[in-house]
Design a protein around this ligand. Structure first.
Ligand code: BES
Ligand code: ZN
Ligand code: ZN
Length: 481
């Protein structure tokens, strides 16, 4: 991990390898005015130029980043992330970053963007590049308590997002269900109470969906429950949020097997579980005054002689029977059990996060998640929390005709799969709705934004993105007030 610190040094005198400098206006009286001009720096959005600091600063190199006159916090995050990535590309080992944040909120956004942009996954590189060690944020706010708090909060959130990214990036052979469950316990066990259900316990607890999805794998499924209850805050009148995450450590499709190309990125199919676990860990470490219970529904979806077949009928945790018609629509089966368990705890709201459908990517593209809900105020709260956290989320309806489609099985209570692809994200959501009873519930489909198959941008790396962690932490903040 990169260490983050604060300093009141001037950009020119800061001790660092590379100086990342936010430039609002490249006027001729700017210290680097001549260099900026020579580099063709005009200050247009997203412009970044790099030049040697020569004897104008202690740093070896300057990375100048154009800042808008009145940037939003998300613009600051992205630009700080982009500046840091450019510096890392120039082999920076230490960075001084001068963005002149106006207040603690802006400083927190800069700290988040800079450290998220510094993320690198090197576990499998035998000769990793020299990595960045430290980022010093230059700001006149440096000695204020609010500034220290902002950096501490940012570090807690960034640690959580980075852990979610690491889990997603880990090779699926190295993160099979029992290993993932154990790793969750190791990461979150000091801040939350962690209980792992193995296959025998899942059997006793009648979690037919999770067991059915794991049935084809050589390794058994797991359910991990995490609980957080603040020590200091009063017990009464505290909101209770339940989180449920899809944790398919590899989705081959099962007997309804995917194509070779279709399963290339399917190690990422546990990103929802990674996000909810990372979020509850961050919420606990931030000591937010809210109760949170999280369920990670973990299985490996594989074809074999013991795999679940199309045509099989399952009995889920809530007693409902489900006719399986496509074993590649496995996420809704593990989530059905997780949602039923969450509903049993009678929380004020349930939020599930899942890389659930290709249909959601068709609808909203690769960078925006869809949110579907049975409760309009909660859906709006989700959209607002995502916006405040700088994550792209857009509301989708659950069209009413989905209700009869989900109920249309000839042999069971529910039909798992609609043979028509149209409205696939909504059909899946309608299926999930059957497991939450009357409780306010929102479903976030992160199939697009959980994994970045293209080059890095802003503070988003290639591979696992840690998407949804920040919006969930923000939701907890909003519910707690
Ligand atoms: N994990 C996939 C969804 C997915 C696809 C996530 C692409 C990220 C990128 C999910 O389990 C799945 O396979 N869904 C099927 C459902 C279909 C069989 C109804 C899909 O979207 O094709
Ligand atoms: Zn699938
Ligand atoms: Zn899947």
């Amino acid at each position: 991990m990169v260490t983050i610190s604060l300093s009141r040094s001037e950009p020119t005198s800061a001790r660092a390898d590379v100086l990342v400098l936010g430039v609002r206006a490249a006027s001729s009286d700017h210290v680097f005015g001549a260099q900026l001009k020579a580099m063709g720096f005009t200050g247009e959005p997203d412009q970044i130029v790099t030049f040697p600091a020569a004897d104008l600063a202690r740093a070896r190199l300057v990375v100048a980043v154009a800042l808008p006159k009145e940037p939003t916090t998300e613009q600051l995050r992205r630009l700080a992330g982009g500046g840091v990535r450019t510096a890392v590309g120039a082999k920076a080992k230490t960075i001084a970053l001068a963005f002149e944040p106006a207040d603690a909120d802006e400083l927190q956004a800069v700290a988040e963007g800079a450290s998220l942009g510094a993320y690198a996954f090197t576990s499998y590189k035998t000769k990793p590049n020299d990595t960045l060690r430290s980022i010093t944020l230059l700001t006149s706010l440096a000695r204020q308590a609010s500034a220290t708090n902002a950096v501490t909060s940012a570090s807690i959130v960034v640690d959580a997002v980075s852990q979610a990214r690491d889990w997603v990036n880990t090779a699926p052979a190295d993160l099979r269900p029992p290993v993932f469950a154990q790793s969750i316990k190791e990461w979150a066990g000091d801040a939350t109470l962690v209980t792992i259900w193995d296959e025998r316990k899942l059997e006793r607890e009648r979690c037919g969906g999770i067991l059915a999805v794991g049935a084809g794998s050589q390794v058994p499924p797991r359910l991990v429950r995490l609980t957080y209850r603040p020590e200091k805050a009063p017990r009464k009148a505290m909101p209770h949020l339940a989180l449920v995450g899809k944790g398919i450590t590899f989705d081959s499709g099962g007997l309804s097997i995917k194509t070779g190309a279709g399963m290339q990125t399917m190690k990422m199919d546990m990103a929802g579980a990674a996000a909810v676990v990372a979020a509850i860990g961050a919420i606990a470490r931030l000591e937010l005054p809210i109760r949170v219970t999280a369920f990670a529904c973990i299985a490996e979806n594989m074809p074999s002689g013991s795999a679940t077949r199309p045509g099989d009928v399952l009995t889920m945790r809530n007693g409902a029977t489900v006719e399986v018609l496509n074993t590649d629509a496995e996420g809704r089966l593990v989530l059905g059990d997780g949602l039923a368990l969450a509903a049993e705890a009678k929380p004020d709201a349930i939020v599930d996060v899942a890389t659930l459908t290709g249909a959601c990517i068709v609808a909203l593209g690769e960078r925006t998640a869809g949110v579907m809900s049975n409760d309009e105020p909660l859906r709006q709260q989700m959209v607002d929390a995502a916006k405040a956290a700088g994550e792209l989320v857009w509301p989708l309806p659950i069209a009413e005709e989905m209700k009869e489609k989900v109920k249309s099985s000839k042999v069971a209570d529910l039909r798992q799969h609609n043979p028509k692809a149209a409205g696939g994200a909504m059909f899946a959501a309608e299926f999930l709705r059957a497991f939450v009873g009357d409780l306010p519930w929102a479903h976030v489909d992160i199939a697009g934004p959980a994994f970045n198959e293209e080059g890095p941008y802003g503070y988003v790396p290639t591979g696992g993105t840690g998407f949804a962690v920040r919006m969930l932490v923000q939701l907890a903040r909003d519910l707690a007030r």
